[in-house]
Design a binder for this molecule. Sequence first.
Ligand code: ASP
Length: 344
Amino acid sequence: MKIKTVVLAIACLMGSSWVQAAEQPHVTIYATGGTIAGASKSNIDSTDYKAGSLGVDKLIQAVPEIKQFADVSGVQIANVGSPDVNQKTLLSMTKAINKDLAKPSTHGVVVTHGTDTLEETAFFLDMTVNSDKPVVIVGAMRPATAISADGAMNLYDAVKLASVDAAKGRGAMVAMNDRISPAYYVTKTNTHAVETFAAPEQGYIGGFISGQPYFYYADTKPINKPHFDITNVTTLPKVVILYSYQDQSGELLKDAIKDGAKGIVIAGTGDGSTPSWIQDTIKQAMKDGIPVVVASRVPTGYVSTHENAIGSGFYNPQKSKIILELALAKGEKIPQIRHYFAQL
Ligand code: ASP
């Protein structure tokens, strides 16, 4: 009793900031590496730096302003360039995030990530997180050591977004360059520009002004977005992406199947088209129960249902691969798998 009185007296003496700090929303930052944690010897270098050089504590220390509105903690999941993020990382991180978000004390989570495969992780989380709480994925195009590095402001915005109630029920979101994109539709559109993440057809769902998030719409979900429970999934079946072009031979397709691929995605030309001379191989794969999804190497648009293969709908090749992996992990076969892709 006496101790409680003393604590309360100290709190009063320290003013309301102490009491407020205890009430701030908790946001966990899951760090995986990337340019946001990258460092270079030269402060004008934005190509030759080492991605994943700084740990999560350093990222948090670099933006002390976050502590004014959120109580943050960091978890180092990996510290790699994002081409090295793999299904093992995705599965273990998603499971950790699901546990974290189930705690009443966690308001939201932020994932720091390299931008090269950021859209894949964002898409995966969007379909596998079992919570309506905010999940925000963030990266940077310039390493932390660069003049005008974009990572610190992006991280501030991401944590702010994960700490507001208005961000609930919107699925996973990508916060980059003062914009909020839906993880379901976002893609990387430029190799170097800071203005790289966009959903060219569907648009941004909001943005930030002076670090304050705003939304254009009330909370909303993409039509037909599936959800996969990965609680008991320990590994994802092998799915391979092949690229189509004039003179594409069917050899790599045959090799992929021989090599044990359980599903194939082809980044086809135009509306998912592929050369006539590989049709028999595609047909045979489908007959053998190996789903072949034809997506497109064209950046935007819909891929319609194909006679020999599954048209990817609005999913690009890398997103089609993730849907296919998750459906195959559930034990689903071609007829059920078709439904994920047929959206019209
Ligand atoms: N190569 C880096 C990565 O994806 C690029 C970045 O983070 O922007 O990790």
